[in-house]
Design a protein around this ligand. Structure first.
Ligand code: GRF
Length: 192
């Protein structure tokens, strides 16, 4: 039996999660979201997951040690048996204890052409550097920050007069079309 279950982890807006779910609903991505987990109780993405009738959970991180948090995350995910864990704006670094279980099965999306501009404010970093092309990357998660083997990338031009806001919006539009395609490739690899 193929496992095409996706766990989505998010901390905020959740537009990438929505784009993944929409691709599933539209029959473009053959997968199922088995749970949406957020470390932030009032993350809009978590609310959207509830409205969409998806299994969802808040696992608050405040006051919890980093390793303990990842252990709790593992316990939460275990019953759902996800094929892949998709980070979609999940603002935490996963530790070896998590990656021992889900390494090679965890994906992340980053709003720059890695290995350029890892970390926070990637679009601002790109503007400050003055690159003419930026974009987005979906990659496997390893123990580094936005490192790990690249699955797919999409280039986005940086235009004269771009602000962080409009460059981010232009990149985000491409993120929404890229993530589900990378998930499809990753599922194919996993189920081969
Ligand atoms: C996206 O820009 C993603 O690349 C980055 O965090 C942002 C999350 O946005 N990792 P959203 O919550 O999916 O709307």
């Amino acid at each position: 039996m193929e496992n095409r279950r996706l766990a989505v982890l998010l901390s905020g807006r959740g537009s990438n999660f929505v784009a993944i779910h929409d691709a599933i609903l539209a029959g473009k991505l053959h997968a199922e979201i088995c749970c949406v987990v957020s470390n932030i109780a009032d993350a809009p993405g978590l609310q959207t997951a509830r409205e969409r009738g998806l299994a969802s959970a808040c696992l608050p991180s405040r006051g919890v040690g980093r390793e303990e948090y990842d252990r709790r995350l593992l316990s939460l995910l275990r019953p759902y048996d996800p094929a892949l864990v998709c980070l979609a704006g999940f603002m935490r670094i996963l530790l070896p204890v998590f990656l021992e279980a889900y390494g090679g099965r965890t994906l992340n999306i980053h709003p720059a052409l890695l290995p350029s501009f890892p970390g926070l404010h990637a679009q601002r970093q790109a503007l400050q550097y003055g690159v003419k092309v930026s974009g987005c990357t979906v990659h496997w998660v390893d123990e580094g920050v936005d490192t790990g083997p690249i699955i797919l990338q999409r280039a986005v031009p940086v235009l004269d007069g771009d602000t962080e806001q409009n460059l981010s919006a232009r990149i985000l539009e491409q993120e929404h079309d890229l993530y589900w395609r990378a998930i499809a490739l990753a599922l194919e690899q996993r189920n081969r």
